[in-house]
Design a protein around this ligand. Structure first.
Ligand code: EPZ
Length: 425
């Protein structure tokens, strides 16, 4: 077992380079299935979720060649069966994108139901609604979603909820459908735009990504391409929060400032100085942060994937803050871990009421999910004493080289291996 050990109190100085976007990579890699040629993907983050989706494609028969730690070459022509069984997909929610990619290419997809998630139910009703409107039928049998269509015909799809996953999956199923598909109430996240740009680089005809209406004219074939994915807005936001927690002056390099607008606005409201440049932001923080209220929204609102991290910051802000998690039903499991560090937080439904204290105190805590783990790191960097974070496999799913990146700006952070037997003794 491994855990992170962080001793708070060091102010951070220097530059942190942001990796490619996890949520773009886990959508674009399955999208390669739609191609009739070989695709080369660059700026791919070296994280567990990417390794898992690569392994799934390999086990299905595709060839995935790692050119270096951040570049892949994928040839999907070896895929024989559009089937992804539970043993392949159980580790990762984003494997549900295989449904749209396999259906779009083979008019058939048998994909195991997405694994349970760390916070609440992860439904796919809108995904299936979109497939149905395009002409597919599905059954659920033996924990598998089995979808097939004689043909896919473009149509008008109105998503009942703004869903990143449903928007991605309908795009993947529609790019080779006959005729025009319109997706209304579409998600507008940067990774949706990145997926559309990737599909268009293969010869698709996707317009309007980044707005709430996406129009897709189906094409017959999609060619191989070379594509570099966007930087990760949530990784960037996480390190911005880390600087605010520890204090310091750090340049976050390789970002698209526009993707960070809601995060930057919120941190400025909390008293942080943030300078924006073409592909970087400089974060300068000292002294106690101001309290504020946060409501998570689909992009361009404040991202739910930054909710635990901002709550960790507000735990030591001057005053009482309210965080409203308006996207997920139950994304406050990390609060118990923050309480172990002394945080004064009460949760009532979708609201967390955070009464800021002077300073958190290091303690042994767990990463209950990916962003909760990130919040523990943010909290630990500003806490008094040492924090040990267990279950860091969650963090490794979405953050490339977190120890190296934080150490390089002066954080006292290390990864230690614990001998499980010694622990049990
Ligand atoms: C994506 O999850 C992200 N994951 C999540 O990031 C992120 O929290 C979420 O979008 C919101 O931005 C990936 O991109 C791999 P949704 P997704 O469909 O697609 C409801 C991280 O930390 N809904 O946008 O699963 C759903 O219950 C991860 O990187 C339906 O009701 O999220 C939720 O309340 C965690 N029916 C809301 O919509 C559906 O068919 C938004 O979910 C689909 C979703």
């Amino acid at each position: 077992m491994e855990k992170l050990v962080i001793t708070g109190g060091n102010r951070l100085h220097g530059t942190i380079k942001i990796s490619g976007a996890k949520n773009a990579a886990v959508a674009i890699i399955p999208a390669v299935i739609l191609s009739d040629g070989v695709c080369r993907l660059e700026n791919i983050p070296d994280i567990e979720d990417v390794n898992i989706i690569d392994e799934i494609l390999c086990k299905m028969g595709a060839s995935v060649r790692h050119i270096n730690e951040n570049s892949l070459e994928i040839d999907p022509s070896g895929i024989e069966e559009p089937v992804a069984t539970y043993d392949l997909v159980r580790h990762m929610r984003a494997s549900c994108y295989l449904m749209g990619a396999l259906l779009g290419k083979y008019l058939r997809a048998d994909v195991a139901l997405p694994g349970g998630c760390d916070f609440g139910v992860r439904p796919v009703d809108q995904h299936l609604k979109g497939f149905g409107i395009l002409g597919a039928k599905h059954i659920v049998e033996d924990d598998m979603i089995k979808i097939k269509a004689n043909k896919l015909t473009g149509n008008h799809i109105y998503l009942d909820v703004v869903s990143v996953g449903a928007t991605v999956n309908v795009m993947l199923a529609a790019v080779k459908a006959e005729g025009r598909t319109t997706i209304e109430n579409a998600a507008r996240e940067p990774h949706i735009v990145d997926l559309a740009n990737f599909l268009n680089s293969m010869g698709a005809d996707v317009r309007g990504a980044g707005t709430d209406v996406i129009k897709i004219n189906g094409v017959k074939t999609l060619r191989g391409t070379t594509y570099s994915i966007i930087p990760d807005q949530i990784e960037a936001g996480t390190y911005m929060a880390a600087v605010c927690s520890a204090g310091g002056d750090v340049v976050i390099q390789n970002v698209i400032p526009k993707h960070l607008e809601s995060i930057t606005a919120k941190l400025r409201e909390m008293g942080v100085t943030i300078e924006e440049f073409d592909d970087s932001v400089r974060v300068v923080s000292s002294g106690r942060l101001k309290r504020c209220n946060v409501t998570t929204m689909p992009h361009p609102g404040f991202p739910t994937d930054m909710q635990p991290q901002i709550a960790a910051l507000l735990s030591t802000a001057d005053g009482t803050s309210i965080v409203n998690e308006a996207v997920w039903d139950n994304r406050f499991r990390y609060v118990d871990e923050l309480r172990r560090m002394g945080a004064d937080i009460s949760v009532d439904g979708s609201l967390a009421i955070i009464r800021g204290i002077e300073r958190l105190t290091g303690a042994p805590v767990k990463a209950t999910d990916l962003r909760a783990g990130a919040a523990m790191i943010v909290a630990a960097l500003g806490a008094k004493g040492t924090t040990q974070i267990e279950d860091i496999r969650h963090i490794q799913r979405g953050y490339e080289n977190v120890v190296g990146k934080l150490s390089s700006v002066g954080a006292d952070i290390s990864l230690i291996k614990t001998n499980e037997s010694m622990k049990q003794a």
